[in-house]
Design a protein around this ligand. Sequence first.
Ligand SMILES: NC(=O)c1ccc[n+]([C@@H]2O[C@H](COP(=O)([O-])OP(=O)(O)OC[C@H]3O[C@@H](n4cnc5c(N)ncnc54)[C@H](OP(=O)(O)O)[C@@H]3O)[C@@H](O)[C@H]2O)c1
Length: 333
Amino acid sequence: MKAATTQGFGTNAVLIVQDTKRPPVGPDEVLVEVYASSVNPKDWKLNFNISAFMPKLGGLITPFIIGDDLAGIVVEKGSKVTGFELGDEVYGMNMRLRTTACAEYASIGQRFIAHKPKNITFKEAASVPLAAQTALQAFQIGGLNSGDKILIVGASGGVGTFAVQIAKAMGAHVTGVCSGRNTEMVTRLGADEVIDYTTQDYLNDSASNNKSFDMVLDATSYESLSSCSSLLKENGIYVTTAGNGTAHLNLIKDNLRYRKQKSKVVIVDSITQDLETLKGFIEQGLVKPVVDGEYSLENIHDAYLRSKTGRAAGKIVINIKESEEKKTESVTG
Ligand SMILES: NC(=O)c1ccc[n+]([C@@H]2O[C@H](COP(=O)([O-])OP(=O)(O)OC[C@H]3O[C@@H](n4cnc5c(N)ncnc54)[C@H](OP(=O)(O)O)[C@@H]3O)[C@@H](O)[C@H]2O)c1
């Protein structure tokens, strides 16, 4: 099968498509014929670097196939798989050392997938798992409630575009922060208010700096509880998607400094129940994936270069099997 694999290390790393063996299928896993995948910043921040160590692991995971998100069709299942049948349309994500999605076939644990929402294409479905579960799980750990006021920093990115829509679906009042070129899109997604960070210093401006938010979701990694404290209510919660050492250090420091306000980091996991919640939102028309651009498997390196600009508006998707639109049309009638 064809798969996108990393070659080289760090800034010299490139993605190439090569022929490799289909992955084995464990008892709790299904083999998915992958129709589409998507790009996440994690791929170029972390996976390129992990790939450098793979030869040192004695070829345990070689070649290192890139990609977490997938949408496709179950073509084989392990002996302990109960919730899925051959021919089922599924979506989900493998992650950490098991990234394997940008390939014609991927094996994946049944607990990481759910049935694909019926009203979206495979490409749209592949854009959902990592980014939308990050937003949903941030709201779970932050305890977002209906009627809460939330500020979403990075509202136009992969995580942010889902976060705005999911927060609205959960009944929150949403203020999105993005640059001027994306304000119209974020408004269209349902944000009640939108701040253009290129023209408004919302962290220091007295109009927004009024302790009115129950929660700040920072999907840029640039802020901290300390920089957002004056925006939050007395018991407000700051949740960041930054999983690096600085973020964890800020979290410890800020949680000691601010006694009532809290700082938390979301580390996404793929959970069937969360994918089903998202499927529900999508099928009710409350959440719709925003696609920044589509790339073929052969042009995957260009997709990663686009992600590295930090300017993607929505998700970057990888089209792996061309006939997917026909398949979806036949499903949706
Ligand atoms: N911890 C986890 O489990 C987890 C999971 C997913 C993602 N992440 C991390 O979360 C971050 C966001 O991920 P993503 O997929 O959403 O990335 P992304 O799609 O690449 O984000 C791009 C967006 O960021 C916006 N942006 C850049 N600078 C900004 C600023 N100063 N203020 C507001 N918006 C700004 C850009 O908007 P403009 O062009 O309008 O500036 C663009 O729309 C990344 O650092 C990623 O590594 C962590």
